[in-house]
Design a binder for this molecule. Structure first.
Ligand code: ZN
Length: 336
């Protein structure tokens, strides 16, 4: 893992390369941006480059002993703190340990590197304790803080770090990367890109959790409509197989994307604009019985359903009612 493996963060990476080239490294950086866009990967790549034994100008060599140790999280001079416990917080105990370690000289490298993955998950007490290191950092220390929600970072911490911004990855780059690196088909890469909201991390998580297979099953439910089967019955059969709550949540999101595509088709959107371009003909046929308002109402119901799931309502109880409301948009309006 080096900078060349990070996709779609050209500005952030070019700033970090400039820092490495100029040799003027600050004591504290804050890598800020949405989840899953490469902040942690960039942190690792930056840490490696800072203490690489080969000392290339702008990046790590990715193969020396030091680089390998950072990769396997076994470098004695790179200390990584992450949120833990049921609330996902970083507590004062962990920051006290960091401060204790910061008083030592590095064992092997030129720097002592401390990573705080979740600067937005520090308790107030932990944040204030961290501030003491940020105010007077020991000379060899470099701190890299990572945060997706800047409003939860103490302003006093923000003001003492150099912020490097990470942004969402453009759909074109993300799709191209998924095709190139994972050998996905155009259709699959397109769907993952639509669902991932500019986050490579999310796209990969979706892929690994079997989202594409679930999408195939939902699509098959739509294809059965032609053979006379009611959509709700067909969908209910499919959804029954998704026992895990997360699987069900994703399946609902996939279903919502199909309905969202129907709205786009109603207003004459081009095929490329759809999340499910391969389904254009089926969706056009299916949506002929729906008005735009009907579809908008179904989308609203799907959103509400996800809301019920967040409130821990048993999805199995409300799912049949929801699916029935999709079945006959013109007739029975007694939705969930
Ligand atoms: Zn190296």
């Amino acid at each position: 893992m080096s900078f060349s493996n990070i996709v779609g963060q050209d500005i952030a990476i070019s700033i970090l390369k400039k820092v490495l080239k100029g040799g003027r490294v600050a004591h504290a950086y804050l890598f800020a941006g949405p989840d899953g866009v490469g902040k942690s990967l960039a942190t690792k790549a930056f840490a490696k480059a800072l203490i690489c034994e080969v000392q290339k100008e702008e990046d790590s060599c990715d193969s020396c002993t030091s680089c390998k140790k950072v990769d396997s999280a076994s470098h004695p001079d790179v200390y990584w703190v992450s949120p833990s416990g049921p609330k996902g917080l970083i507590k004062i105990k962990e920051i006290k340990e960091l401060r204790r370690r910061a008083t030592f000289k590095p064992y092997e490298a030129r720097h002592n590197i401390f990573v705080i993955e979740g600067a937005d998950a520090l308790t107030e007490e932990a944040g204030n304790s961290l501030l003491k290191v940020l105010e007077e950092p020991p000379p060899e220390c470099i701190l890299i803080l990572i945060a997706s929600n800047l409003t939860r970072v103490l302003p006093t911490i923000l003001s003492r770090c150099q912020t490097i911004r990470f942004t969402q990855i453009s759909p074109r780059r993300l799709k191209g990367y998924l095709i190139e690196s994972f050998g996905l088909s155009e259709t699959d890469a397109h769907l993952l890109t639509s669902m991932a909201g500019g986050s490579l991390g999310r796209a990969v998580r979706f892929m690994e959790s079997g989202l594409l297979e679930r999408r195939g099953e939902i699509v098959n439910s739509f294809l059965k409509i032609g053979s006379g089967e009611e959509l709700a019955d067909s969908l209910e059969e499919t959804f029954d197989r998704f026992s895990d709550k997360e699987e069900l949540r994703e399946a609902i999101e996939l279903l919502a994307l199909l309905f969202r595509d129907m709205i786009f088709l109603k207003v004459g959107a081009e095929k490329d604009f759809l999340a499910n371009p391969d389904m254009k003909e089926v969706l056009e046929k299916f949506s002929a019985d729906f008005s735009t308002e009907d579809i908008a109402e179904v989308l609203q119901k799907l959103r509400e359903f996800t809301g019920y799931m967040d409130q821990s309502v048993n999805p199995k109880l409300i799912l049949p009612v929801l699916l029935n409301s999709i079945n006959n948009p013109q007739g029975n309006k007694t939705y969930v």
